[in-house]
Design a protein around this ligand. Structure first.
Ligand code: PGA
Length: 251
């Protein structure tokens, strides 16, 4: 009942020219794929040109960040209505790189996600523990707090309009993905936490993506878990062939 979503997070990669070429290759690579939703999140500079490439394709456009205010004196920032006007469908919020490098807190994550929803788009709210937290036996508690504080304030009715991504920090860009068992048990825990926020029906409808070193050779096993509803892919999303292969594994 949950359509899998495979989203590519291009991070700070690709000039406009390169992004257009990659988007064309991704669109061609997943052209015949039914039953899986595919999205790409280029850097802000490439959103408009990539939006044009994706017109009349099933591939959806994502953004990697957004500001928590609607407009104002925030030099260098981008607001939700600006993204919505470009045809952006998904906005990644609370990625661990932003939490780590830009001081993004759960409170800011909730405010950003609220702006995304308010502009008619879908937030992909990222959560995940560090290696230190996992080694200390605190992974479940940390992720639960991130969900309660980052999603709880949005209210129970918003659950059906958002996506969660579980991305253990120790698995991002390291080549060391979580095992399928580790992913499944955390995803089940996230779903139970969502149930406490919004009830069972709503929680069962939320797509929970796994992210962190997803590659063509481990995607099928991870995506085969009952509570893993897709993937948020960094490095491997920069190669159209690898990304299309991951998307096919979600079937
Ligand atoms: P990775 O990144 O696939 O390169 O590990 C995932 C992410 O940060 O979203």
């Amino acid at each position: 009942m949950r359509t899998p979503l495979v989203a590519g997070n291009w991070k700070m990669h690709k000039t406009v020219t390169e992004a257009v070429a990659l988007a064309e290759a991704v669109a061609a690579g997943v052209r015949d794929l039914a039953g899986v939703e595919v999205a790409v999140a280029p850097p802000f500079t490439a959103l408009a040109p990539v939006a044009r490439v994706l017109t009349n394709t099933p591939v959806r456009l994502g953004a990697q960040n957004v500001h928590w205010e609607l407009e104002g004196a925030y030099t260098g920032e981008v607001a939700a209505p600006m993204l919505a006007e470009l045809g952006v469908h998904y906005v990644i919020v609370g990625h661990s790189e932003r939490r780590r490098d830009f001081g993004e807190t759960d409170d800011l994550v909730a405010r950003k996600a609220g702006r995304v929803l308010g502009a008619g788009m879908t937030p992909i709210v990222c959560v995940g523990e560090t290696l230190e937290q996992r080694d200390a036996g605190r992974a479940f508690e940390v992720v639960e707090t991130q969900i309660r504080a980052g999603i709880g304030p949005l209210g129970p009715d918003t659950l059906e309009r958002l996506v969660v991504a579980y991305e253990p920090v120790w698995a991002i860009g390291t080549g060391r993905s979580a095992t399928a068992e580790q992913a499944q048990e955390m995803h089940a825990h996230i779903r139970a936490t969502l149930e406490a926020i919004g009830g069972g029906d709503a929680a069962r409808g939320v797509r929970i993506l796994y992210g962190g070193s997803v590659k063509p050779d481990n995607a099928a096993e991870l995506l085969g878990q009952p509570d893993v509803d897709g993937a948020l892919v960094g490095g491997a999303s920069l190669q159209a062939e690898a990304f299309a292969s991951i998307a096919r594994s979600a079937l």
